[in-house]
Design a protein around this ligand. Structure first.
Ligand SMILES: *Cc1c(COP(=O)(O)O)cnc(C)c1O
Length: 385
């Protein structure tokens, strides 16, 4: 087998947990029915599996099953939430509030809506990556219809104060959406306590299959939403298209496993992350990106002084698989918009590494990564001086 680097890019995607795969397998070949076929047993058993999965995912959010709309992932869920609200609330108002550090799957639908005449406020963040609540308070307008703030950032892992934001939205009768792609199954989420109206989810950041996710849509008080995919009227008319039972069953199993191990896994990851941070500390010239504690337990994002970002990634290629920012923006040459929003200069934004630890990461791997990063950074600094 070819040598493969240690995988520390869990914010980009994760492997399917073998227990998730096991749950999915029967639904490819044996229980292959269409959940919409209500005239025979093949359809019924697929429908029953989807129903159970819907219950599991809803319970994870403290929601009810009818509030879950299955989608192809968080990108689609974000598009449905943001464009769906904009279209449904068109006559009420055309102003949306979001944050500069959001994922492109939130920013791009917002930019698209701007091209149609909507107005969008992109809130800045504090140097620690968190939204300032006073700044949010000042951004509300009479015509604001939606606030979209992610639960956990995919680059720096910071956890936004959802309950505080939710309370502010509810006071003003503005709908509140959160992209929780990185958060589901990793930190507790509760649509009641956080007063969330719309929540985007995906399975593949949580040891589930790629190409599957969901949008939570609140029923009471009802959230008006315009469908973005029209067809057979599946998912209460909000998202047409034949449901995909293997993926949905795998998604639910992944959520179940995530919640089962939530606290022990958090503690294990915090220990590994501390090992990584302490291991790198002797290098000096390190800058932690994002709030030190209000962040995902598996995320560490560090800028290295005095090294070239591209050379750093190139030097580490054989040792560790990671990136300096979002997977979807690594192809672009611009520095991370998230690190820029924290106030990092271009050089430090380029010379940053996003460590995404995972369920299968071991202490021995962290030792190897520390050794590899230390050697590479030292070599690059020597060459530059
Ligand atoms: C991965 C990710 C997405 C995109 O999810 P897909 O299911 O891959 O479409 C959206 N938002 C955040 C924060 C993500 O991390």
């Amino acid at each position: 087998m070819v040598h493969r680097p240690i995988y520390l890019d869990s914010h980009a995607t994760t492997p399917v947990d073998p227990r998730v795969l096991e749950a999915m397998l029967p639904f490819f070949t044996e229980q292959f029915g269409n959940p919409s076929s209500l005239t025979h047993a093949y359809g019924w058993e697929a429908e029953a599996a989807v129903t159970r999965s819907r219950q599991t995912i809803a319970a994870a959010l403290n929601a009810s099953p009818e509030e879950i709309v299955f989608t192809s992932g968080a990108t689609e869920a974000n598009n449905l939430a943001i464009k769906g609200i904009a279209e449904a609330c068109f006559s009420r108002g055309r102003h949306i509030i979001t944050v500069q550090t959001e994922h492109s799957a939130v920013l791009d639908p917002c930019r698209y809506l701007e091209s149609l005449g909507f107005e969008v406020t992109y809130l800045p963040v504090q140097p620690d990556g968190l939204v300032n609540l006073d700044t949010l308070d000042k951004a509300f307008r009479d015509d604001t219809v939606l606030v979209s703030v992610m639960a956990a950032n995919n680059e720096i892992g910071v956890l936004q104060p959802l309950a505080e934001i939710g309370a502010r939205c509810r006071d003003r009768q503005v709908f509140f959406h959160s992209d929780a792609a990185q958060a589901i199954g990793k930190i507790p989420l509760d649509v009641e306590a956080m007063q969330l109206d719309l929540v985007s989810l995906t399975a593949h950041k949580l040891y589930g299959p790629k190409g599957t996710g969901a949008l939570y849509v609140r029923r009471r008080p009802r959230v008006p939403l315009a469908a973005q995919l029209h067809g057979g009227g599946h998912e209460r008319g909000l998202r047409s298209g034949t449901l995909y039972p293997p993926q949905i069953v795998g998604f639910a199993r992944a959520v179940e496993l995530g919640l089962e191990g939530l606290e022990t896994e958090r503690d294990r990851l915090l220990t590994l992350r501390q090992q990584l941070w302490q291991g790198l500390a002797p290098l000096g010239g390190l800058h932690l990106n994002g709030h030190p504690t209000q962040r995902l337990p598996n995320n560490l994002n560090v800028s290295f002084e005095g090294v070239d970002g591209q050379a750093l990634l190139l030097g580490l290629r054989g040792t560790v698989a990671l990136s300096s920012g979002a997977a979807c923006s690594t192809a672009s040459t611009a520095p991370s918009h998230v690190l820029k929003a924290l106030g990092r200069d271009d050089a430090l934004a380029y010379a940053s590494l996003r460590f995404g630890l995972g369920r299968f990461t071991t202490a021995a791997e962290i030792d190897q990564v520390v050794a590899g990063v230390t050697a590479t950074v030292q070599a690059l600094r020597r060459a530059a001086s």
